[in-house]
Design a protein. Structure first.
Length: 446
């Protein structure tokens, strides 16, 4: 079968662009070896945030402990998991149906290039003028003895029962988010992190405050410890040993040490598509070293965050390029959130980067303490803003329960370079977090 464009993968990096191309009259196919819709929909963001819901509610209730609320409800994990299946499981078929109605062919199986215009899927071959590699990433596995005894994010999001105790290797996004959920659901949680801090890339003070809050809830952290071996004990538990000589006995072990690009067994070497350890190499048009082959989403070797919104942005961008637009890709600032309890968020220039540049100023506004009547008693709520020499907002770090919503309100302030007057000439709802933060920020802008 001859196509105009074939996407390998069906996640956010693929289907948005496929939809735009088919609607513009192109003949388009998606090839998917697993569930249609990819990681975010089936094994990532959606299932994660659904399972986090009750943990978030309990976290909010804690703000009123002893001042109006005395009991914390229990999470009934098997019921929550059944609800997750009810909500998340149909999404894949739903998207496949929507794309088929649009006229996109969905081909099941593992795709591999035979030449730069031909893919093999099982015993079938498919040809196209252009291709988009959108194969994403998979969980990393530590090269240690007992690695086969560890579990990954996909396993966690499908746990029928919550284990009594759990160790997470790493203290990055996934470990910190899932540890918060597991603790709220009654598990005794330990995080063992190679580095000296959690949540790399987020403001160090806020990451430390999250660790402090999680510690208060009973979570144990071991920093500067590299896990060296996992073994199974006679009682059915696991022993997680570190190179520094510590050992932790738990019922379940999660390897949350990062994700690696799906670039193997795609035939990339044979057709000379270049890649490095981080993924497929692309230019500023997301074109690979083979001119008719593009790459999109998590599989790209790139400095920007590997997130659903960036994959979606790239997918839309590639559709425009394949329809004739020659403009190089220009990323706006990328907001990112760690859905820990409390939440932390980051957009634009980080406070760590600002510390190294004399023309940038960081201003810390711990508004949760003063405005607790307005923040559902969220005393953690705080923001650090980064301002340039023209008094424009270039970055912000946030902490607090509503950080994921407030960060979005700051995106246009940075992208559109709002002035103080741009903000003050508008009316915002009160009492709300954005209603506090936006007028506060306006005080520091040109
Ligand atoms: C647990 C978890 C939580 C996350 N939470 C968030 C969050 O809260 N917010 C956020 O923005 N991001 C989050 N992410 C990241 C987000 O899921 C990814 O950035 C996003 O899914 C990337 O989309 P993609 O299309 O590039 O890749 P994917 O969605 O991974 O899609 C790639 C697809 O390609 C298929 N494939 C691979 N090789 C082949 C082949 N040879 N032939 C055919 N098909 C193939 C795979 O089966 C897969 O379905 C999370 C990720 C995880 C793991
Ligand atoms: N909210 C979100 O947007 C979200 C949520 C989850 C995942 N994601 C995506 O998934 C990616 C992967 O997340 P992740 O948490 O797996 O990776 P990560 O890179 O965020 O964290 C991995 C951690 O493991 C540590 N580590 C590595 N080797 C170790 C060892 N031997 N012993 C102990 N610690 C070790 C690292 O120092 C690091 O802190 C993220 O970078 C992001 O792109 C995003």
């Amino acid at each position: 079968m001859m196509y105009d464009v074939i996407f390998i993968g069906s996640g956010h990096a693929a289907w948005h662009g496929a939809q735009a191309l088919v609607r513009a009259g192109k003949k388009v196919a998606l090839i998917e070896e697993n569930k249609v819709a990819g990681t975010c929909t089936n094994f990532g963001c959606n299932a994660k945030i659904l399972l986090d819901g009750p943990a978030e509610m309990i976290h909010h209730l804690h703000h009123y402990h002893g001042i109006g609320i005395n009991e914390t409800p229990d999470i009934v994990w098997p019921e929550l998991m059944a609800y997750k299946h009810e909500v998340i499981d149909p999404l894949s078929d739903g998207l496949a149906h929507m794309l088929s109605v649009d006229g996109i062919d969905i081909i099941a199986g593992h795709a591999k290039f035979i030449d730069e215009n031909t893919l093999k899927v099982g015993s079938e071959t498919y040809t196209a003028e252009q291709f988009v590699i959108a194969t994403g990433q998979r969980p990393a596995k530590l090269p240690i003895t007992g690695a086969e005894l560890t579990h990954d994010s996909t396993d966690f999001l499908d746990l029928p029962d919550m284990p009594k105790s759990m160790a997470f290797i790493g203290a990055g996004y996934i470990a910190m988010e899932f540890a918060s959920i597991a603790q709220a659901a009654g598990s005794d949680v330990t995080l063992i992190e190679y580095g000296d801090r959690a949540l790399n890339g987020f403001d160090a003070d806020y990451a430390q405050a999250v660790v402090g809050d999680m510690t208060k809830k009973g979570i144990t952290f071991a920093f500067n410890h590299a896990v060296s071996e996992v073994s199974k004990l006679e009682n059915g538990q696991y022993l997680v040993a570190t190179a520094q000589g510590d050992a932790y006995q738990v019922d379940y072990v999660m390897d949350t040490t990062g994700r690696v690009a799906n670039i193997e067994d795609l035939g990339l070497d044979e057709i000379h598509v270049a890649y490095d350890r981080q993924g497929v190499l692309v230019d500023d048009h997301l074109q690979t070293t083979v001119p008719n082959i593009y790459a999109s989403g998590d599989v790209i070797s790139k400095p920007i965050a590997r997130l659903t919104p960036t994959a979606t942005f790239e997918s839309h961008y590639i559709a425009r390029v394949l329809l004739g637009d020659q403009t190089p890709i220009a990323y706006p600032v990328v907001p990112t959130v760690a859905f820990t309890l409390p939440r932390v968020a980051q957009v634009g220039v980080t406070t760590a980067e600002a510390d190294k540049q004399s023309d940038l100023t960081t201003i810390a506004i711990p508004y949760g303490q003063i405005m607790r009547f307005q923040t559902l008693n969220d005393v953690h709520a705080a923001i650090k803003i980064v301002i340039n020499q023209h008094k424009q907002l270039v970055g912000a770090a946030l902490m607090g329960d509503f950080a994921p919503e407030v960060i979005n309100a700051l995106v246009p302030v940075i992208n559109k370079q709002y002035t103080s007057e741009d903000i003050k000439s508008q009316i915002f709802a009160f009492p709300t977090h954005t209603g506090i933060v936006l007028p506060l920020i306006a005080n520091y802008l040109v």
